[in-house]
Design a protein. Structure first.
Length: 499
């Protein structure tokens, strides 16, 4: 057993050591360790290990000294080439077939000029002359294509440098703003295309840096407005990484409440925020009253250059439309005829968007011996309707759409529409004593009669007093005149005295 284990260690150690020593000398050429013995070849397990080791050695040797550059289709890339001396000198770039791509002339006495070859990239290649004096001679390739992938060699200062270019293409239809626009509910598939023989690691992430998928393909079904944002596709090849950014805009309604709750006589407001502002569209708000099966148009409108213009409006509905985004509709007062469901339709160049909204109205009434509360409209079935006296627990509670209470106590009664612990609607009414309620018309008549009688008496007394004063003034004037007349009509003999 000892000799067998020693033989095994020598058989494995020899090829391992010799292969590792040979790695710096491989330079792309396969070299097989010379110490493989017949015994080793007969060992199946050890032979498989040696094959794996040889493949690793060949791979490392083939890529040793070669820089790998990743590029995006349609983009631009710089392939590096640097000399040991920081000065301008002649250089030449060739592709993997040995075809000259671009070069400078070999005459030292002449100024270096760039000469392009006859390769397929001749109209898309260039170099950065400003870097030549620093001993850098990059190959610039514009409008990259996947077929540009390959090994490029640069010779400068009698030294050859190899650079491998790998171009990836993301198949996506972008608009003029480099975005992908889709309607809510549509699907999207993104695919990464790579050169033959390359199998990179690919990771997809959505908005908020949330990982969504791995692999060369990403499929998204039934897009929602939360999917809007920047998506990333990270390509990893060996130690190199390349990131694609895809801006996806889902044309949709944002968080919209599907049910509006209000009370009879109160104003109603409908708001529909959108994920976009720059799209032109026409739209219509139609309404289906509760208990009917047909839709009736309430208002038509258009959106152009972020301005909302009103079209036709139903005459018996005083609906108002805001001129700026978000889309905003309002009614001055809610009535029982408004109860039902609204359907908002937007017509865009990409298709149609639909949004539904329900209107639920509460009404609270009272009679001589009863308080009634009801909600009308398409409300969810699990809502609770309850009646309670102020600061007391609920007297009546039900998941029906109407609750009522006979012979309620005197005070302020509140009607609550709740969803678990959340109050959606509340209304109140004041309930008085029935006797006081029944006798209130008589009391009012008595009070009004008494007031009128009192007012009549006051007016009569005032008139009588005024007449008495007038009579007294008249009698006083007559007495004064009579007194003056007696004084002036004196006898003749007393004329001097009178005078």
């Amino acid at each position: 057993m000892a000799s067998a284990s020693g033989l095994w260690s020598r058989q494995v150690e020899c090829p391992l050591r010799s292969s590792l020593k040979a790695l710096p000398l491989l330079q792309g050429k396969a070299q097989v360790p010379a110490c493989l013995s017949k015994a080793t070849m007969h060992q199946g397990a050890s032979f498989r290990h040696l094959l794996l080791l040889l493949q690793l050695a060949l791979l490392l040797g083939a890529t040793q000294g070669r820089e790998v550059v990743l590029g995006k289709a349609g983009g631009e890339v710089d392939l590096p080439c640097k000399a040991s001396q920081k000065k301008s000198m002649a250089f030449i770039w060739k592709d993997s077939l040995g075809t000259m791509i671009l070069r400078t002339h070999d005459f030292p006495s002449m100024t270096l000029n760039l000469l392009k070859g006859t390769s397929k990239q001749s109209n898309r290649v260039d170099s950065k002359k400003a870097l030549w004096k620093e001993g850098s001679f990059p190959l610039v390739i514009r409008n990259l294509e996947i077929t540009d992938s390959g090994i490029y060699s640069c010779t400068a200062e009698n030294k050859e440098t190899q650079v491998e270019l790998v171009v990836f293409k993301l198949n996506a239809k972008l608009d003029f703003q480099n975005r992908i626009q889709l309607l809510q509910g549509q699907s999207l598939t993104l695919t990464l295309e790579s050169p033959p023989g390359r199998n990179p690691s690919v990771e997809w992430k959505g908005p908020g840096n949330r990982e969504r998928s791995r692999g060369k393909s990403l499929s998204l079904s039934r897009l929602e407005f939360q999917d809007s944002g920047t998506w990333t596709c990270t390509v990893s090849l060996d130690t190199n990484k390349l990131m694609f950014e895809i801006n996806i805009l889902v044309l949709a309604f944002r968080m919209v409440s599907d049910t509006i709750y209000t009370k009879v006589g109160e104003p109603v407001e409908f708001s529909f925020p959108l994920t976009f502002e720059d799209e032109n569209l026409v739209g219509e708000l139609s309404w289906q009253e509760e208990g009917t099966s047909s839709l009736q148009s309430w208002v038509t409108f258009s959106l152009k250059n972020r301005k909302v213009s009103k079209g036709t409006v139903r005459k018996d509905r005083k609906i108002q439309l805001k001129e700026t985004l978000p889309l905003h509709f309002s009614l001055p007062q809610a009535s029982l005829q408004d109860v039902g469901s609204g359907h908002l339709t937007l017509n865009l160049s990409q298709g149609q968007l639909h949004q539904k909204v329900n209107l639920v109205v509460m009404r609270m009434t009272k009679t001589q011996n009863q308080v009634t509360c009801e909600v009308l409209g398409p409300s969810p079935p699990k809502l609770t309707l309850s009646l309670k006296l102020h600061n007391q627990s609920a007297k009546v509670s039900s998941q029906e759409k109407q609750v009522q209470l006979l012979n309620p106590e005197v005070g302020t009664w509140h009607c609550l529409l709740t969803d678990k612990n959340q109050v959606l609607l509340e209304s109140s009414v004041e309930f008085l004593y029935p006797e006081l309620t029944q006798s209130w018309p008589k009391l009012l008549a008595i009070v009004l009669g008494s007031f009128l009688v009192f007012t009549g008496i006051c007016i009569f007394c005032c008139v009588k007093c005024w007449h008495r004063r007038r009579k007294e003034e008249r009698m006083s004037q007559i007495k004064r005149l009579l007194s003056e007349k007696k004084t002036c009509q004196c006898p003749h003999r007393f004329q001097k005295t009178c005078i």
